[in-house]
Design a protein around this ligand. Structure first.
Ligand SMILES: Nc1ncnc2c1ncn2[C@@H]1O[C@H](COP(=O)(O)OP(=O)(O)OP(=O)(O)O)[C@@H](O)[C@H]1O
Ligand SMILES: [Mg+2]
Length: 334
């Protein structure tokens, strides 16, 4: 199953495949993380003896640390996107403000016309001519329509933000993934709209999936932002002016599969096996933490699912996200 329209970037053209055995257990491959020193030959490695209670305490601490990491990555990505969302809101607010100023002048003109009517028909005609009544009549309607449209846009953005963060309920629910993909696509719109078109190949009648929707949104967001960044790299190289992100949904057996394919820069074969490692990034310092895919992978694992990727450098990548419709085996524990 593949979603890229361009046949050059179709399945045959995307040979490099990776599915990490276990992202959480992978060796960190980071810019900043020092590689562990190999023990000198013959050196004794001491593994502390831990009783069951201590092991459980460690496991609990590890789970807490992972939860905190998840939360802070979410906050960081929301922070990164906040500027974009602010821009999206600022635009309609700007023209609503300007329309209200003009409407204030128009209302003043109309009140003047009513006063003139009281003084007589000749004065009324003069004022009507002065204020260009036919134009005012038409413009007034347009401006009200435009402002209502702007307010609807702001309301939609606020609703998308609410849906995205699931402020009302952060727990496991039967979820319409199309709705989540739509709200996440709207949230990342500012990262995408100048450089790429988005094509939705949504399967009609996709069944709801039992999942932690807020965490799954985080996965969608990271993949969509990664796709946008990969396309931006090609735009900056001058390969083209706009790329394509194709989001496809399908049912395969007991699973729902969401594919996010891009026509971006692709992943170098020597990097494919490392992209799910914590802190692995090819982005410049300050632009990527290298945590997005590793956290996405552990979220998807918690749901009993998997992520696979196929990529061809210079042509694009396709990430397949597989989620069991009924939720993962450890669903109740999360
Ligand atoms: N769609 C993609 N196309 C090309 N390369 C990708 C794509 N998705 C991920 N990568 C590669 O995988 C690396 C790791 O991705 P990951 O999302 O984990 O971290 P990041 O995007 O670098 O930083 P962040 O933590 O901010 O998400 C990226 O730096 C990039 O090299
Ligand atoms: Mg990322």
């Amino acid at each position: 199953m593949h979603a890229i329209d361009n046949s050059a970037a179709g399945p045959a053209a995307l040979p490099a495949q990776a599915e990490p055995a276990a992202a959480t257990g992978a060796t960190p491959a980071s810019r900043a993380t020092p590689q562990p020193q190999a023990a000198p030959a013959g050196a004794e490695t001491r593994v502390p003896d831990l009783n069951l209670a201590e092991r459980l305490a460690y496991a609990q601490k590890l789970a807490q640390a992972e939860q905190q990491l998840l939360q802070s990555e979410k906050m960081a990505s929301i922070g990164q996107l906040a500027a974009g969302v602010a821009h999206e809101i600022n635009n309609p607010i700007g023209f609503i403000n300007s329309n209200l100023n003009t409407l204030r002048d128009y209302v003043g003109d109309l009140l003047r016309l009513i006063d003139a009517h009281e003084r007589g028909p000749a004065e009324a005609r003069a004022v009507a001519e002065e204020i260009d009544l036919p134009y005012l009549r038409e413009d007034l309607g347009n401006m009200i329509e435009e402002s209502l449209d702007g307010i609807a846009r702001v309301r939609r953005i606020v609703q998308d933000l609410k849906d995205f963060s699931h402020v009302d309920h952060g727990e496991w629910l039967w979820t319409d993934l199309h709705k989540n993909l739509d709200s996440t696509l709207n949230i990342v719109n500012n990262e995408v709209k100048y450089i790429a078109d988005v094509k939705r190949n949504f399967l009609a009648g996709l069944p709801p999936v039992y999942c932690n929707a807020s965490q799954i949104n985080q996965v969608f967001m990271n993949m969509l932002v990664n796709a946008a960044h990969a396309i931006r790299a090609r735009v900056q190289q001058g390969d083209y002016t706009r790329g394509l992100i194709t989001v496809t949904t399908a049912v395969e057996g007991e699973d729902v599969v969401v594919s996010i394919a891009d026509t971006g820069c692709g992943i170098a074969p020597e990097h494919v096996a490392r992209i799910f490692d914590p802190f692995f990034t090819t982005k410049p310092v300050g632009q990527g933490t290298g945590l997005g895919l590793s956290l996405s992978y552990s979220i998807v694992r918690k749901h009993g699912g998997c992520i696979t990727v196929r990529s061809t450098p210079g042509q694009g990548s396709c990430f397949n996200l597989c989620l069991p419709i009924k939720g993962g085996a450890d669903t109740k524990a999360s």
